[in-house]
Design a protein around this ligand. Structure first.
Ligand code: AMP
Ligand code: TRP
Length: 324
């Protein structure tokens, strides 16, 4: 049987360069060889989003980014999580084999307790259980994600092992798949690039927005004056050159170390490279944005196809657990 790939992204805005380099490029590459399912996880977004007024808009923006980046609805199933409600039923069932102590130890949960102390909701604790349900509802084997998701995938494997040992072999243990850029640092030079931290560059940004955003980036703090030598290995801008300026990266690193090139020129060059690389993507995205009916059709077709698989797996899980 062809291996199945599953992944998801939260509709919290447009996709940024971190999403693109850490995950989306792999989603696209895997479509030719595997049976791929990609999900816009709106229910997961609700665990942190208090104002949901833009949720529908963000769902469309995410899908536009995916399609323009090369996801093909003829090859992959593309759908919205809440359109296949079976996932919530499976999440409840998996909750019975998931010790609370495992969930309280998850690093992303501990982080959220710090960043949103006024909103530590029940859904937030269950976040990795819902994520496990996403994956195993489709019996997926391979999960293309960024490095930040590794603890979640590890937990999914533990939940699967528990379920299988208690109720009989039912689900495969999923495995994460990383790109060579599994953790892209934001323009603040500190945190990972993230929509909620507003420290990124959206792949759909205009050429001018891209230039302006990059100019605000924090580079090597040791380079306070134009002639100070730099340390490309600790610079978030240089990290992006490694991808967007592959052929010149050694020369750029050399010119930074000797202070031959200053940070302003280095940033201008990066903006130019990103704008050239993303030009075809941006053109295709603008074409797709003019076809709202097509976007709606992709999602309703995706949900219908996903639901056929979901219903069958849920029935099997219930049978194993003695509910049928
Ligand atoms: P999110 O937007 O957080 O739902 O993430 C969607 C996908 O992009 C997940 O697989 C993340 O691991 C990945 N991702 C998000 N931010 C980054 C980043 N800064 N670097 C690498 N991968 C990322
Ligand atoms: N938690 C993931 C993120 O924040 C999104 C996600 C939800 C996901 N369900 C998934 C990723 C299943 C991979 C597989 O990026």
């Amino acid at each position: 049987m062809t291996k199945r790939v599953f992944s998801g992204a939260r509709p919290t805005g447009r996709q940024h360069i971190g999403n693109y380099l850490g995950a989306l490029r792999n989603y696209v590459a895997l479509q030719d060889e595997y049976d791929c399912i990609y999900c816009i996880v709106d229910i997961h977004a609700l665990t942190s989003m208090e104002d949901t007024g833009k949720l529908q808009h963000y769902i469309r923006e995410t899908l536009l980014d995916w399609l323009a980046a090369g996801l093909d609805p003829e090859k992959s199933i593309l759908f919205v999580q809440s359109h296949v409600p079976e996932v919530m039923e499976l999440q409840t069932l998996l909750g019975m084999v998931t010790p609370l102590s495992w969930l309280l130890r998850v690093p992303t949960f501990k982080e959220k307790v710090k960043t949103q102390p006024e909103n530590v909701n029940y859904g937030l604790v269950g976040y990795p259980v819902l994520m496990t349900a996403d994956i195993i509802l489709y019996k997926a084997n391979t999960i293309p994600v960024g490095e930040d998701q590794l603890p979640h995938i590890e937990l999914a494997r533990e939940i699967v092992r528990r379920f299988n040992s208690r109720f009989g072999d039912t689900f495969p243990e999923p495995q994460a798949k990383l790109t060579e850029f599994p953790l892209v640092v934001g323009l603040d030079g500190k945190e990972k690039m993230s929509a909620t931290l507003d420290n990124g560059i959206d792949i759909a940004a205009t050429t001018e927005e891209t230039r302006q955003r990059i100019m605000t980036a924090v580079t090597d703090p040791a380079r306070r004056y134009r002639n100070d030598p730099g340390h490309p290995e600790i610079c978030a801008i240089y990290k992006l050159h490694e991808y967007f300026s592959t052929n010149e990266k050694d020369s750029i690193a050399g010119q930074c170390r000797t202070a031959e090139m200053g940070c302003v020129s280095c940033k201008k060059l990066l903006a130019e490279r990103i704008n050239v690389e993303l030009a075809p993507f941006r053109e295709k995205r603008a074409e797709l944005a003019a076809k709202p009916q097509y976007i709606a059709d992709v999602l309703s077709d995706g949900a219908a196809r996903a639901r056929i698989i979901a219903r069958e797996t849920l029935r099997e899980a219930k049978e194993r657990m003695g509910l049928i």
